[in-house]
Write a protein that binds this ligand. Structure first.
Ligand SMILES: Cc1cc2nc3c(=O)[nH]c(=O)nc-3n(C[C@H](O)[C@H](O)[C@H](O)COP(=O)(O)O)c2cc1C
Length: 361
C-alpha cells in the first residue's frame, strides 16, 4: 500500500541535528547590538509575525561568567522564531552557550563571524575568525554537535580588500576577492553550517562603500545550503532587486529597520505578493516612539530613557518640527519629560493634518 507523505510546512527547511526548523518568511531581521532587544523585536513582529528575528549578539564567555544572561533567559516569552546570535573564539564556551540558548527556547543558533569591532576581532571573535578558518570550522562543528536545533553563520566577504596581507587578488566588486569569499563560505558549509547570511562587504570596509550583491551571487551559486543576502536593503523594491541579483534564498535587513520596525513586514508582503502595509503616518510614528519609551523605562528603569533616545531619534523624522523635537528629546532629563514632548508633538501633527483645523486658521 502506498503511504502519502505527511505535508511539510512551506518555506526554507533547515534539518538541524534532530530538531528541524522551517523559515516561513524570506526576510530576516538583522541582529543589531544595542537595538534589537525584546521590545524592538515585539514592534517588528507587529508587522512581520512569521519573520526570523535575532537577539543582539551574546558573548559566550560572558554568559559563562554570568553576564548578559537576560538576553537569553527572556527568550521564553518570545512569540515567534528567534535566533540567538553568539560570538566568541572558544569552541567549548560557544557550545555551552548554545546549549543554554537551546534550553531557553532558541529557534536556531547563529554564530557571528562578521563583527568588525576591534575589541572583538582582536580576541579572535567576530570577523576575526575569517583570518583563522581552522578555528572557525572547529567552532561551527563543535556548536552543531552540541545542539539539536540548526546552527547558522553570519559573516562577511573577507577580512580585507584587494591584494594585501590576505594575499588575494581582488576579482570582485566591493574590494573582496570573490574566489576567497567562495572558499571561506564553502568551508563554513563543510563544517556544518546549515544556512549562511552574507554581508556583502569585507571587514576592512566596515559599513563603507556599497555591499557587493554580485559577490553574494557567486557564493550562492557555489553553496548547497541556503544563503541569505545582507547589506544595503532598505525597501521592498531593493529587496526584490537584491534577490534577483544574488539569487539568494532570502534577505536580511539591518539599518533600514532602525526607526522603521514596519520595514520587515513591508518586505515580507512584497516578497509574498501581498499588498504592503502602509508606512505609519507621523502621528502613528510619534505614538510608536512613546510606546517604545514607556516599555523601555518599565523594563530598564531610567536607563531605559538612554536606550530610547536613539530609537526616538530614528523614529521621529519626516514631519514639520521633527528636528526640533529630536533636539529636545535628546535633552529631556526624565522619561516623563520625554513623554510630554512626544504627546505635544503628536497633538501638533494631528492638528496640522486635520482639514477642519486648517480651515479654521
Ligand atoms: C547598530 C548596529 C549593530 C549591529 N550589531 C550586530 C550584531 O550584533 N551582530 C551582527 O551579526 N551584526 C550586527 N550588525 C551588522 C548588521 O546586522 C548588518 O549585517 C549590517 O548592518 C548590514 O546590513 P544593512 O545594510 O541592512 O544594515 C550591526 C549593525 C549596526 C548598524
Amino acid at each position: 500500500m502506498m503511504t502519502t507523505p505527511s505535508p511539510q510546512p512551506a518555506g526554507l527547511h533547515l534539518s538541524g541535528n534532530g530538531e528541524p526548523r522551517w523559515l516561513r518568511c524570506r526576510v530576516l531581521q538583522s541582529p543589531l547590538a544595542g537595538v534589537s532587544d525584546r521590545i524592538f523585536r515585539a514592534l517588528v513582529r507587529r508587522w512581520a509575525p512569521d519573520a526570523l528575528l535575532f537577539t543582539e549578539m551574546v558573548n559566550a564567555t560572558s554568559l559563562e561568567l554570568g553576564h548578559g544572561r537576560r538576553k537569553v533567559e527572556e527568550l521564553a516569552g518570545e512569540p515567534g522564531p528567534i535566533g540567538v546570535q553568539l560570538f566568541d573564539h572558544r569552541p567549548e564556551a560557544m557550545a555551552e552557550a548554545a546549549r543554554r540558548a537551546e534550553a531557553a527556547g532558541a529557534f536556531l543558533i547563529d554564530i557571528n563571524m562578521g563583527c568588525p569591532v576591534k575589541k572583538i576581532t582582536g580576541k579572535g571573535g567576530g570577523s576575526g575568525l575569517i583570518r583563522d578558518p581552522e578555528l572557525a570550522s572547529r567552532i561551527v562543528a563543535t556548536v552543531a554537535a552540541a545542539v539539536r536545533i540548526p546552527v547558522t553563520v553570519k559573516t562577511r566577504l573577507g577580512w580585507c580588500g584587494d591584494a594585501g596581507p590576505c594575499g588575494q587578488a581582488g576579482d570582485g566588486e566591493g574590494g573582496a576577492s570573490t574566489t576567497a569569499a567562495v572558499a571561506w563560505c564553502r568551508r563554513l558549509e563543510e563544517a556544518g553550517a546549515q544556512l549562511l547570511t552574507l554581508h556583502g562587504r569585507t571587514r576592512e570596509q566596515g559599513f563603507r562603500g556599497r555591499a557587493s550583491w554580485e559577490a553574494i551571487a557567486a557564493v550562492k551559486r557555489a553553496l548547497r545550503i541556503p544563503v541569505i543576502a545582507n547589506g544595503d536593503v532598505t525597501s521592498p523594491v531593493e529587496a526584490l532587486r537584491c534577490l534577483e541579483i544574488t539569487g539568494a534564498d532570502g534577505v536580511m535587513v539591518g539599518r533600514g529597520t532602525m526607526g522603521a520596525p514596519w520595514l520587515v513586514g513591508q518586505i515580507d508582503a512584497a516578497l509574498s505578493g501581498r499588498p504592503a502595509p502602509a508606512t505609519p503616518d507621523a502621528a502613528a510614528r510619534i505614538a510608536l516612539a512613546a510606546e517604545q519609551l514607556q516599555a523601555l523605562v518599565a523594563e530598564r528603569g531610567d536607563h531605559g530613557l538612554l536606550i530610547a533616545r536613539k530609537h526616538m531619534g530614528w523614529t521621529c523624522t519626516g514631519f514639520s518640527g521633527a528636528p526640533q523635537l529630536r533636539h529636545a528629546l535628546m535633552r529631556a532629563p526624565t522619561p516623563a519629560a520625554a513623554l510630554e514632548l512626544l504627546q505635544a508633538a503628536g497633538e501638533s501633527v494631528r492638528a496640522a493634518a486635520s482639514p477642519a483645523d486648517r480651515g479654521s486658521r
